[in-house]
Design a binder for this molecule. Structure first.
Ligand code: F6P
Length: 343
């Protein structure tokens, strides 16, 4: 069998571990070969591919961040217009199965290819952990570790200066990174996209803490969190060419409001792409390796139109349609659990 793989959308620690998992399994268990398309769907359309060998080189990428194949974004219209070209390129390369690795947008593309007759097995990826039908995605644990380490450090500088620190973490539609890093680092408040926040209530909580003599206040906020519009106006950033909302820096805008309303010194830290770069944690290496292994097995078994998913400790297959049905956001009860530690 000849398998093709590609990585699409934002990069994520663990992508290379998935690629290695696919190559090693395909080669050693089935004697199959693997090619990788460069820069996501764009490379597939432009027929830019490289042969991936089961050798020492592929073993070395296990702990490397980013993606050895490169990644990119392609507008859905251009992707759909290119269907005949994609079919031709896959046929010319003798590809029997395609394993795209990506987030919600990529998986929607994968489902569409499957519906158009291309044999596809998806692998979910995102540091945001917002892909439906899987308990976790690789990259999330790394992002939470990086964010937690950063917030741990902010505690000591904040308490030395009696300051409020507002730390912005990634999380466009889902606040999983904020929620987990907030709990792990003992943040005093965590704000997520799922629960609009009231700035007066935030300020009240901060004041109460300082009034009882505490030294500092750490507020973790997801980049996609929004204030209740009655309590504060957030600047609009518009929409980019892929239909994604452009963020305007919610942490900084909230910091200005807090200083104005309670007169405390506030500092802002935006962790940004630091959360996405660098080596995957051991947990992510294991999860990504298992996803790659099971995706290769699924391709050889002909389970097309499916995606590998983590359920408890097991890797199982779910229909791609199930995976893209909705985003997996933070449920109210999980947020309520975390909020028991606010203030
Ligand atoms: O989807 C993962 C993510 O890290 C989001 O949290 C973030 O908004 C986005 O990617 C940023 O992507 P980029 O700046 O690479 O386009």
């Amino acid at each position: 069998m000849r398998i093709a793989t590609l990585t699409s959308g934002g990069d994520c620690p663990g992508l290379n571990a998935v690629i290695r998992g696919i190559v090693r399994t395909a080669s050693s268990e089935y004697g199959s070969t693997v090619v990788g398309y460069e820069d996501g769907w764009v490379g597939l359309l432009e027929d830019r591919r490289i042969q991936l060998y089961d050798d020492e080189e592929i073993d070395r990428v296990l702990l490397r961040g980013g993606t050895i194949l490169g990644t990119g974004r392609l507008h859905p219209d251009k992707f759909r217009e290119g269907i005949e070209q994609i079919k031709e390129n896959l046929a010319n390369a003798g590809v029997d199965a395609l394993i795209p690795i990506g987030g919600e947008g990529t998986l929607k593309g994968a489902l569409w290819l499957h519906e158009n007759g291309i044999p596809v097995v998806g692998v979910p990826k995102t540091i945001d952990n917002d892909v439906n039908a899987t308990d976790y995605t690789f990259g999330f644990d790394t992002a939470v570790s990086v964010a937690t380490d950063a917030i741990d450090r902010l505690h000591t500088t904040a308490e030395s200066h009696n300051r409020v620190m507002v730390v912005e973490v990634m999380g466009r539609h889902a606040g999983w990174i904020a929620l987990h890093a907030g709990i792990a680092s003992g943040a005093h408040l965590t704000l997520v996209p799922e629960e609009p926040f009231d700035v007066d209530a935030v300020c009240k909580m901060m004041k109460k803490r300082f009034q009882r003599g505490d030294s500092h206040f750490i507020c973790v906020i997801a980049e996609g969190a929004k204030p209740d519009p009655e309590s504060m106006t957030l600047r609009e950033g518009g929409i980019d060419e892929y239909g994604h909302v452009r963020f305007t820096g919610v942490a900084q805008q909230l910091a200005v409001e807090i200083e104005r309303r309670i007169g405390k010194e506030v500092r802002t830290t935006v962790l940004g792409h630091i959360q996405r770069g660098g080596k995957p944690t051991p947990y992510d290496r294991v999860l990504a390796t298992r996803f790659g292994h099971h995706a290769a097995e699924a391709a050889h078994a002909g389970h097309f139109g499916s995606m590998v998913a983590l359920h408890g400790t097991k890797i199982e297959l779910v229909p791609l349609a199930e995976a893209v049905k909705q985003l997996k956001t933070v449920p109210a009860d999980r947020y309520a659990e975390a909020s028991a530690f606010f203030g």
